[in-house]
Each structure stands twice: as C-alpha cells, then as structure tokens.
Design a protein around this ligand. Structure first.
Ligand code: BES
Ligand code: ZN
Ligand code: ZN
Length: 486
C-alpha cells in the first residue's frame, strides 16, 4: 500500500511520532517525562546507536539522530535516512499503525523527505496473487511531516515519484504469463492517459514496415506479436527544443531462445523488461510533476523463446538501419531489439539518448546489485550530471571503460557485426554493439544487477526494485537548472 505523504503543522502527542533530531537538545519539551528523557539520552550516548524506540501505551515514539554533514557526504546521509525510515516500517505495521508523523525538529528538510521516502518505498507489497492478501496488507497509510520550511512542491514530487516506483515494481513483478508485449504496452497506455502523455503503440505490421529486423528476429520464437511504444511528453514552454530520449529494454521474458538459459538463470527473467518499466514510469512521473523538459520514451517489447520458427545461432539478420548482424547467441537478444530503438531515436535529432536495460550477466557479476554499469559516447556534457543524480538518489552508476579497441571483439567474417563479443568484457561489448546504432550524445545503463532482488534490501523490496525511475526523474528535474533539490 502506497502511503500518502502530507505536510502538517500540529504534533499529536498521542499519535505515533518519529522525532528527527540532530542532538538531544532538539527534542521538544513536554513530550517525554524525566525518566524517558534519561533513557533516550543514555541510549543515544551508546556508540553507533542513532535510533531509540519507546513503546508508549497504544502508540510508538521513535527518536532518530541524524548525523551532521561533514564526516559523511550528504548523499550518504540521505541514504542512511531512507534506510532508517524503512527500518521502522515493520514495527509500525506490526502495531497496525495507520498514520505516522515525522517531526523534523531541526528543520532538516531533505533528511526528513529522505526518511519519508524510505518508509514509503519500503511499504511496497506485491500481494495480487496471494489468497491471504487482506491479512498481509500493511497498515500504514499516511506519513505526515512536520517541518518548518519544507515546500509543498517537494512533498508533491515525492508522492508522485513513490507512486511511479510502485508502478514500475508491479510491472516487473507481474509474471510473463499475464504480461506479454501487448499487455505491457496497454499498461503504458493507461499510464500515459493518466499523466497526459502522448502515446503511440506500433503493432507488428508497422514494425515490419519499419524493417525493425532485430525486434522481429527476437520475436520469431514467440506466439505473441511484438510492440514498439512511443511516449512523448512535450510541455508548453519546455526548456529544450530537441528531446531527451529514453530507451528501455522490454523483453517480457528471456528464456535465452534457442541458446536456452540453464533453469536457475531463467528463474527471474520476467525482470527483463525492467528498463522498459523504468523509462515508462520515469516519464509518467516527469509528466505528473510537470517538469519543463521535453522527454520521449521508446520501448521495443517481445518475449524471447525457442520455437519451431525461432531465430537460431548462425542466422544473419538485417537491422532497421541496414546493418547486418551474425547472431551467434540468441540469448544476446536485448541488444538486437535496443539497436532498432536507437535507430528509431535518430528521427528526433535528440539532445541526448539514455538507454536502460537488464543487458548482461557480466554487469551483474561485476557490480552485484549495488550499482549499475554506465558507458557513454559523446555525452561528456551530461554524464557527470547523471552520475551525480545516481549518488543523490542512491541508484549509483559505475563508469566502465568504453575504449574503441573493444569494437574489435564484435567483428564478423560474414556480416557487419556479430551479436556477442566473446568471453571477456561482456558488459562493454554489449555497449559497443549498441553504440554502432547511435549518432548522437548517448548514455548506456546496464541494470542487470540492481533491477531485481531475490531478497529485500532495506527499502528495495524483493523482486523488481524500480531502479532507474528515481535516477531519471532526478536527472530531468535538475536538467533545466530549476530543480528544487538542495
Ligand atoms: N537478460 C539477460 C541479462 C541478465 C542477466 C539480466 C542477469 C538480468 C540478470 C541478457 O539477455 C543475456 O542473457 N545476456 C547474455 C549475453 C551473452 C550471451 C553474450 C549474458 O549476459 O549471459
Ligand atoms: Zn538474453
Ligand atoms: Zn535479456
């Protein structure tokens, strides 16, 4: 259940309150009695202890000390706040608490927001397929914030963003049996209508007319047609005349195709449309928040399966831009569908293109779920800003080398390119393959590691994490220099 975050001015002493303090002296007088004050002081004096929880009659009071900027960077402090916020969720839900109030005693607005963000994101559940969903449902519905100078816009944006992350996670968690390419596109359409975004969904006929050979080849093994979704948000008075284009990998299920994956590697492959879900959810949030930036999101979608008619290793396919590709592994399908989308993006003469994809096991092996791999070509002007956003929202980007030399690994004897680069540098050769289809400032993000978790990690709940949504939103918000972040 997505809690609503609201700003209030009144502290209800009988309610469930969380006091964010910098030091003990910040605690409001008259809330705790002498004994309680002594207990809190003693607890906080213990090393590393920053949270004290008091179980008062019928409600809970928590005191959380927020470290001062200096020893740690602000980015780390915000992440700590999100995680501390999340750590209180289960206690609150156990007590069937419906409403909680964060009391920002020291006017630390960003910290208070981060705290609320961690609570809201940590409260996510995917209960659709459970018989006991009513009993399991989290009780928390409202997060109030008392914070003197906190602007309402920031709370509004946070609500929009948490809602978008929830949508993204649910799209990822939905099994492939009920979310094929057409259904995924229909979900995007519903989101577009809600947010006032223009959307066009190209069907198989149109995809054929455009000669999207990569998308069509991957789709050969499927009984469902592919789709290509185009979402366009162009607000009046946008600060950019040329759009920022997002491209998301929409493989609704990746069996590997004829180069079939081993069973256990397949278990989580409903997550192979996490990039698609992220770009759609990001543009959804950007439009709802009315950010003054012209943004387009493109999603090629299909499943990847073996079948009588499936494409096979050894096939040579012709991509939308005429490039021929020798397919040597049908499990390297993401780059094939993305390449056509990157070609399609040229028609916008884009300012910048960012693709986001669960592209390689190599990126996951290199970074685990702790960060995504980032590469870019010609985007010196934008890449550092994206990396900065990544730290700010804790969806971190590790830049991988992107030297020309890696292109050698993709040379084919009989076609313009082959679709795999061999044993080494798998995340980079995948990026290099994509680069072949770009001729604009371009950033590639490989989210194979952080997109999906087997086990909850604080406010990143098990299953789809929604990684990328907060990153892209933050980047676009600050794009025009009139963002509201500190
Ligand atoms: N969807 C996978 C990559 C993936 C792996 C995503 C783990 C999430 C978690 C992708 O299509 C794939 O199978 N890539 C191959 C490429 C290889 C055949 C060159 C891989 O990484 O093994
Ligand atoms: Zn694959
Ligand atoms: Zn894949």
């Amino acid at each position: 259940m997505l809690p609503q975050i609201l700003k209030t001015t009144e502290i209800n002493p009988e309610g469930t309150n969380i006091y964010l303090i910098r030091e003990i002296a910040d605690l409001p007088a008259d809330i705790f009695n002498v004994k309680e004050n002594e207990y809190i002081t003693k607890q906080l004096a213990e090393k590393d202890q920053n949270t004290v929880i008091l179980n008062k009659l019928g409600h809970i009071a928590a005191i959380c000390r927020i470290e001062a900027d200096g020893k740690k960077t602000l980015d780390k402090i915000f992440e700590k706040c999100r995680k501390t916020g999340e750590s209180l969720i289960s206690i609150l839900n156990e007590h069937k608490t419906e409403s909680v109030c964060i009391v920002d005693t020291s006017n630390l607005q960003s910290e208070a927001l981060a705290f609320a963000e961690g609570m809201a994101l940590g409260n996510y559940q995917f209960l659709k397929y459970r018989k006991d969903q009513k009993e399991k449902e989290a009780s928390l519905k409202t997060i109030e914030i008392v914070s003197q100078d906190l602007e309402q816009t920031r709370i509004t944006e946070l609500n929009i963003l948490c809602n978008a992350v929830y949508k993204c996670r649910t799209l990822i968690n939905e099994p492939a049996s009920s979310l094929n390419a057409e259904k995924l596109s229909a979900e995007f359409e519903a989101m577009a209508v809600e947010a006032g975004i223009k959307i066009e969904i190209l069907n198989k006929q149109k995809i054929e007319a455009l000669k999207m050979g990569g998308l069509l080849a991957v789709n050969l093994g499927s009984i469902d047609p592919p789709t290509f979704s185009i979402m366009e948000y162009r607000p009046e008075g946008a600060i950019n005349a040329k759009p920022v284009v997002f491209v998301g990998k929409g493989v609704v299920y990746d069996t590997g195709g004829m180069s079939l994956k081993p069973t256990t590697s397949m278990d989580t492959m409903k997550c192979d449309m996490s990039g698609a879900a992220a770009v759609a959810s990001a543009i959804f949030a950007i439009a709802l928040a009315k950010l003054p930036v012209y943004v387009v999101a493109l999603v090629p979608a299909t499943d990847n399966r073996p079948d009588g008619n499936a494409y096979v290793p050894g096939d040579i396919i012709t991509m939308m831009d005429g490039t021929t590709v020798e397919v040597l592994n049908t499990d390297a399908e993401g780059r094939l569908i993305l390449a056509d989308a990157l070609t399609y993006a040229k028609k916008y003469d884009p300012l910048l293109v960012i693709d986001i994809a669960t592209l390689t096991g190599a990126a996951e092996a290199a970074l685990g779920h702790y960060g995504m791999a980032g590469m870019h070509n010609n985007a010196e002007q934008y890449f550092p800003q994206l990396v900065k956003s990544g730290f700010g929202v804790s969806e971190r980007i590790a830049e991988f080398p992107f030297w020309d030399d890696y292109e050698e690994l993709l040379k084919s004897e009989i076609a313009d390119l082959k679709n795999i680069g061999g044993r080494v540098a798998g995340a980079i050769t995948a990026g290099k393959f994509l680069q072949h289809f770009t001729e604009y400032p371009w950033i590639h993000l490989d989210i194979a590691g952080p997109a999906f978790l087997d086990k909850r990690d604080s406010y990143r709940t098990a299953g789809g994490t929604g990684v990328g949504v907060r990153l892209l939103f933050d980047f676009v918000r600050d794009f025009g220099g009139n963002g509201v972040r500190d």
